[in-house]
Write a protein that binds this ligand. Structure first.
Ligand SMILES: NC(=O)C1=CN([C@@H]2O[C@H](COP(=O)(O)OP(=O)(O)OC[C@H]3O[C@@H](n4cnc5c(N)ncnc54)[C@H](O)[C@@H]3O)[C@@H](O)[C@H]2O)C=CC1
Ligand SMILES: N[C@@H](CC=O)C(=O)O
Ligand code: NA
Length: 817
């Protein structure tokens, strides 16, 4: 025998009911079944609301009742052929006449006791089960309607009646023996021995089904609902949540205590006592195996699910006078129990100096009042502080029976929370080792759930959530690269990258699920894009609350570089090719590194120097291994190298500069390259990475920008003015050529000072053979003293730069595994 229970959403309309009938037919072929139905979706709520209206003297209950009657009559007309309808329609009409009389009584005497409400509530299931039994007959399944009030005996605790199992079991067995065939049973309702109608409380229909399963020693109980079983976490908060294939009864109870509303613990008890397996199945996806809940906790996942409770507050009871005083807890919890306050979590430090309690926020005022009243004398004497309330908290709980005697679960849990900047206010683990709970700030709830979900379920596949500011040349190339490499990364690196925020200087746009990177709309191209506001951008990034967020700055903007502290403070790592932050004051450069270290996040900027060439990382490795930099001699500008190489072909200087810009080698304003500023920033950064106290004032810079061009307002105007100077550059080139030399724009750092400017080199120097956008860096160090370490290759351009930024992003993924 199998018991199948269908919830309100499964029988909300004709379409759904047809699906239910399919399931019933397929199950019946497999063996004997009995069916338990809830009221049609939403009906119980309307009945109870109408009773309340009538009780308040509000006649609009009549309208609600009429609508409800029509809905049931329509259901009959839709499910049953016209020639068979009349007796069923009559049944419905008679029930509604009774209801009308009942409500009129409530309306007249303005009284609606829990007992009356139970009677009102019973109509929902009596109507649905009766109509469905008749409809099943039409489908060729002879069914007997069973009003569960005939067989389930309870106490007279109306609203949440207590079942008398011995009487109930006998009655059920007796009924089933005397009534062979398919039974269609009303969920939720029961009766006292005197025949008064009662109801079984929250999730009462599940309870009904479990009571029948237990009485009949059923092979299994199937709860058919509108979700595919119990999920690993709340899918509204954790998009990657998935169905848990199997749970032990204990795990299921623990998960439902903390938020998973699929099944209510009390309803499981009768089935659990008899070790009857419970399947949670989806009416709308019947082929999905759903969740099996039984007595097993087979080896496998240590943690089965992550659940949560929001709307929680913490009470801290603190006082030096509490140490080693016997009976403090007794008094605290006694006072709370007397006031009817439910305690969700307790944590006490072994110093006994404080007790920390989590309760529902709605109970805070009364809880504070009763505890302070209980300890009035201690508070007056200064032995205890007034109760400290920490509002707006939430509890996250990792649940799993296999964490028993299995070290590491809590380590993983708190590492994941810490790494994602989620502060933990209190912790509790029961000695049953079934659940580790942490109290966190409510604003961190979603991030905490996602971080834990990832740590326990998706640890093989890490997701980085990127927020990208600057979608010009480099930003666009980066998006394209991520789109192209995504599948490979997922497959081979177990890494996924989503972009959730995009901004240029004018607009910003966001996507909760991540943008479609193959057809990624640019900020300003979506109808609902907002005007760019950096503060707001970072705020939205915080609010989206992803674990593993990454801030990528692909601008050349000082303003963007100025918010790095704010980003790092929020424990979000930064990846950037923008040199502005690291080439500002030495104090800030150091402070940023220190802050990143303190907050435990990375600040990566390999592309600050020589684009994707491994210059910064190499230098950092040299320094870490104890080497000391003696001298750096370098060509650090891809655009300048390109310009002076192309000049050799006899092309005019202004034309070559323009092409360098078109090729994406120059800064957004090419004067940053020609003036030596860009190279100065780079040598400054290299000096600082070499642990030298280098300031901008320590650099002598030779600018290549003619003075009238400096003053030009726009880049276009600059190009116009530059033409007049073409001859001067040709002369410079000819002078070098006449000596068999080549012009290279370079930087030298030695003895704490740097020089940036044009040099000419003969073929004995490594710079002589540089081509196109090449960079070359010669590190002379204590170890590489006789022959310098040389790094050479293209040092500017969209792809080589985006590849460097991309590599830094991937590095982040690897760091935090
Ligand atoms: N082009 C290259 O070869 C290399 C470039 N870099 C660096 O990469 C960065 C980006 O360069 P490109 O992509 O060539 O520049 P770009 O001018 O093509 O793009 C800059 C982007 O930043 C946006 N932007 C500017 N100010 C902004 C603000 N305040 N808020 C939001 N967005 C803002 C612009 O709207 C644009 O989308 C620069 O810092 C550059 O120095 C580094 C290595 C090589
Ligand atoms: N404009 C720079 C590229 C970025 O750093 C260059 O020309 O090297
Ligand atoms: Na680099």
């Amino acid at each position: 025998m199998k018991i199948l229970k269908f919830g309100g959403s499964s029988v909300a309309n004709r379409e759904n009911i047809k699906k239910v009938f399919q399931i019933i037919k397929s199950r019946q072929k497999e063996g004997e079944i009995a069916l338990v139905f809830s009221a049609f979706g939403g009906v119980t709520e309307v009945l109870l609301k109408s009773a309340r209206l009538a009780n308040e003297g509000d006649k609009s209950y009549l309208k609600d009742l009429k609508t409800l009657e029509e809905r049931h009559l329509d259901m009959v007309r839709e499910l049953i052929p016209i020639q068979l309808q009349s007796s069923v329609l009559t049944y419905v009409k008679v029930r509604f006449n009774e209801l009308e009389d009942l409500f009129h009584g409530i309306f007249l005497i303005k009284e609606c006791s829990p007992r009356t409400l139970d009677y009102v509530g019973s109509f929902g299931e009596r109507l649905s089960a009766f109509i469905l039994a008749e409809a099943l007959k039409v489908e060729g399944l002879p069914a007997t309607y069973l009003d569960a009030r005939e067989v389930i005996r309870t106490s007279a605790r109306f609203g949440n009646a207590k079942v008398d199992f011995s009487a109930t079991n006998d009655l059920i067995l007796d009924y089933f023996h005397t009534h062979p065939g398919l039974k269609v049973i009303t969920g939720f309702i029961a009766s006292t021995a005197k025949g008064e109608t009662t109801t079984l409380g929250r999730s009462g229909s599940d309870y009904t089904a479990a009571i029948f399963a237990s009485a009949l020693d059923a092979d299994c109980l199937e709860i058919w609902t509108d979700v595919s079983g119990v999920l690993t976490s709340d899918p509204r908060l954790v998009y990657t949540a998935f169905t848990i294939p199997q749970l032990s009864y204990n795990e299921a109870m623990e998960l439902s205590h903390f938020g998973a509303k699929v099944i209510f613990p009390a309803t499981m008890q009768p089935a659990m006592k008899k070790d009857i397996p419970i399947y949670i199945k989806n009416t709308f996806e019947p082929e999905n195996p759903g969740t099996l809940i039984n007595g097993d906790a087979p080896n496998g996942k240590i943690i089965k699910g992550i659940s949560s409770l929001s709307d929680v507050s913490l009470l801290n009871i603190v006082g030096g006078g509490l140490i080693e005083v016997v009976g403090v807890s007794h008094r605290v919890f006694g006072a709370l129990a007397d006031a009817g306050v439910n305690v969700i979590l307790i944590s006490q430090a072994s110093s006994e100096h404080s007790i920390c309690i989590a309760i529902q926020s709605a109970d805070v005022a009364i809880a504070k009042e009763v505890i302070e009243k209980e300890f009035l004398t201690e508070i007056r004497n200064g032995e205890m502080d007034p109760v400290l309330v920490v509002p707006d908290m939430a509890i996250v709980a990792a649940v799993g029976e296999n964490m028993k005697h299995n070290p590491g679960a809590s380590g993983r849990m708190f590492q994941a929370l810490g790494q994602n900047n989620v502060n933990v206010y209190a912790i509790a683990q029961g000695s049953s080792e079934l659940n580790i709970s942490a109290v966190v700030s409510r604003v961190d709830l979603q991030k905490a759930l996602n971080a834990l979900h990832e740590a326990f379920f998706l640890s093989d596949n890490k997701v980085l959530h990127v927020f990208l500011v600057g979608v010009g040349l480099i930003g666009k190339a980066l998006i394209k690269m991520i789109a192209n490499q995504r599948e490979k990364l997922q497959r081979e690196n177990l890494l996924d990258i989503h972009i959730h925020g995009l901004a240029n200087s004018r607009f910003m746009s966001f996507s909760e699920d991540g943008f479609d990177l193959k057809n990624c709309p640019m900020p300003g191209e979506n109808g609902n894009d907002q005007a760019m506001d950096l503060e707001k951008f970072t705020q939205i990034m915080d609010d989206m609350n992803f674990s593993n967020s990454v801030f990528v700055d692909c601008t050349a903007s000082q303003e963007v570089a100025d918010i790095y502290e704010r980003v790092l403070e929020a424990k979000v790592p930064i990846v950037t090719p923008n040199k502005k932050a690291n080439s500002g004051s030495l104090e800030r450069y150091r402070a940023l590194k220190k802050l990143a270290g303190k907050r435990g996040v990375k600040f990566l900027y390999e592309t600050n120097v020589a684009a994707g060439l491994p210059v910064i990382n190499t230098l950092q490795d040299l320094m870490l291994s104890g080497d000391k930099v003696v001298r750096i001699e370098a060509v650090l500008s891809g655009s300048m190298n390109y310009i002076f190489s192309e000049l050799e072909k006899g092309l005019p200087f202004s034309d070559v500069v323009k092409v360098a810009k078109e090729k994406g080698y120059t800064e957004p304003d090419p004067r940053d390259d020609l003036s030596g500023m860009d190279v100065a920033r780079k040598i400054l950064i290299l000096g600082r990475e070499a642990e030298q106290d280098l300031h901008f004032e320590d650099i002598t810079i030779q600018s290549m920008v003619p003075s009238d061009c400096e003053k030009a307002g726009s880049v276009e105007e600059f190009f116009e003015k530059l033409q007049a100077h073409d001859g001067e550059f040709t002369e410079l080139l000819q002078e070098a050529s006449s000596k068999g030399q080549k012009l290279r724009f370079m930087a030298i750092l030695e003895n704490g000072k740097a020089k940036v400017g044009l040099g000419s080199f003969d073929n004995s120097h490594p710079f002589y053979n540089l081509k196109g956008s090449d960079n070359m860096i010669l590190f002379t160090t204590e170890r590489y003293f006789d022959f310098p370490m040389i790094i050479r290759g293209p040092g500017a351009g969209a792809d080589v730069t985006a590849a460097g930024v991309f590599a830094d992003v991937i590095r982040l993924g690897n760091y935090s595994r």
